[in-house]
Design a protein around this ligand. Sequence first.
Ligand SMILES: Cc1cc2nc3c(=O)[nH]c(=O)nc-3n(C[C@H](O)[C@H](O)[C@H](O)COP(=O)(O)OP(=O)(O)OC[C@H]3O[C@@H](n4cnc5c(N)ncnc54)[C@H](O)[C@@H]3O)c2cc1C
Length: 406
Amino acid sequence: MSIVIVGAGQAGLQIAESLRRGGYEGRVLLLGDESFAPYQRPPLSKKYLADDMADERLQFRPVEQLTKQNIEFRPLTTVTAIDRAAGEVVLASGERVAYEGLALTTGTRVRPLPVPGAEHPAVCYLRGLDDAKRLRSQLASAARVLVIGGGFIGLEVAATARHAGKTVTVVETLDRLMARAVAPVVSEYFAELHRGHGVELRFKVALTAIAGNPDGSLTATLSDGSTVDADLLVAGIGVLPNQELAAAAGLECANGIVVDEFARTSDPRIVAAGDCTWHINRRFAAPLRLESVQNAVDQGKIAAQSLLGNAVPYQDLPWFWSDQYDVKLQMVGLSQAHDSLVVRGAPESAAFSVFYFKAGELLGVDSINRPAEHMLARKLMSLGISPSPDAVADTGFDLKTLLPAP
Ligand SMILES: Cc1cc2nc3c(=O)[nH]c(=O)nc-3n(C[C@H](O)[C@H](O)[C@H](O)COP(=O)(O)OP(=O)(O)OC[C@H]3O[C@@H](n4cnc5c(N)ncnc54)[C@H](O)[C@@H]3O)c2cc1C
């Protein structure tokens, strides 16, 4: 008996360890194409980039702890094909590894810049530890940093670069920051935060070309004809799910590997979890793809249960965070479909929350420097308790009183 896990990231490690915790006694092979043992990605744009965190602290566990759990972790091992008829995966080396159960946790890769000159050596992306090492070393010698993309990763990099004293410009094609994830009031708060720290924000313009200069720097041309000179360009324009392996094996794919609420693909012997999945969560009517630690961990647990023969439906509440300067943004739920919102607290005070509603039902909450309110919102939402917009708007009303008595 053996279970093969393709991709040794957050979700892959979760599945391996959940299998052991669930009493699985067969072989567990965790195959990863990177050279590192499984590590956390969130610090790569935050503390690690700021040179404030050692490599060892990025790792989830020392490799010996995987060995102790009898998890066979193989780095630098790329799976190139799945032979479903034979029940084997094919490695880049040509070796074939048999499986009774297979988990795909292949994550995502960065979306490349679609402009001429994008191969310039001063252009960096940020997905893995190799990228972060390269970016960190180039950042150290750069004076002017141009960030393409005003989403979470771009803004975290901008904050870290600014903190290190660099001149920073952020270019965003939309008219506000983090536009797909947060309300305008939150975008505006973060725009003021970055401007207050000296970042130049350029909205409603796109990068159209990159040209190299003799001194090794680059000149970026924007869609309005203007140019920006920089020593380093960091692109944070989104990611693409690694689903080609699944698609080539005939598994159903959409914007990710399609899985049901039990993290099962269209082949009952194969599960998938994490950033690479287009999945069903019982809380939501439509399938979705999430890029978050919460989803990798919680869906990983569900996938492991399915491999153990237990059909446990995925219904966990999504949550997420982002650190920019000394500001913590914490989000719970999915708020995109809201038809009204209530701001609790004052943005000027740098501590407030935005409660999003649809037809009076709470969809999600974004908290800025309000960790206790974030945790309370998580509790309320996981219990299915929806405070009324009026109760939320009344800052004198203690939302904790809505929780059931202990
Ligand atoms: C810079 C950065 C900052 C982030 N910050 C936050 C944050 O603040 N909060 C938050 O919730 N989330 C954050 N995230 C997102 C979070 O890290 C991801 O959602 C999470 O890592 C997803 O886990 P995963 O296992 O699905 O994918 P990954 O962690 O990407 O792991 C997938 C692994 O599979 C490997 N792989 C792919 N194909 C193959 C193959 N064919 N053979 C072998 N191996 C393969 C990949 O190389 C990779 O190692 C951040 C991500 C990044 C990059």
